[in-house]
Design a protein around this ligand. Structure first.
Ligand code: SME
Length: 147
């Protein structure tokens, strides 16, 4: 395992222990956002929940963010629409990217499923280009499945 994989392995165990039998998803999202954010020092780490055909801001760590994102809009709305993780190495090259913060340079959005349906997304922003790759995608998909 490389350093990043080791950090994710530790994080996965922490989240598993923390979430445990807790069934309140908002509480779990709040702690998972804090754990991911602290572990890697990302710029923004948080959740958007599907409510009335929009994404509505949920628990997060970092500077204030857009409150609502329409279906298919921005990276978050596109990950929801496509029901798959999107890795954006350079946000300026993603058509329709929603700039909540001008500091954000790269991003990953991971959809979360209840059955086949997306009920939320995890969004992580970095101040550096090319922060996220397939290692982040694989581990973050495993981590959000614990929620
Ligand atoms: N950049 C996101 C919007 C959310 S904020 O970055 C927290 C997007 O394009 O969906």
């Amino acid at each position: 395992m490389n350093q990043k994989e080791q950090a994710y392995d530790t994080l996965f165990r922490q989240v598993k222990a923390l979430v445990g039998d807790e069934t309140d998803r908002i509480a779990n999202m709040a702690n998972v956002a804090a754990l991911i954010h602290e572990s890697f020092g990302f710029w923004w780490t948080g959740f958007y929940r599907v409510e009335d055909r929009q994404l509505v801001l949920g628990p997060f760590q970092g500077p204030l963010a857009c409150t609502r994102i329409p279906f298919g809009k921005g990276v978050c709305g596109t990950a929801w629409q496509q029901a798959q993780t999107i890795v954006v190495p350079d946000v300026e090259l993603f058509p329709g990217h929603i700039a909540c913060s001008s500091e954000s340079r790269s991003e990953i959005v991971v959809p979360m499923f209840r059955g086949e349906t997306v009920y939320a997304v995890l969004d992580i922003d970095s101040r550096e280009l090319n922060t996220f790759d397939s290692t982040d995608r694989e581990w973050l998909e495993k981590i959000v499945a614990l929620i």
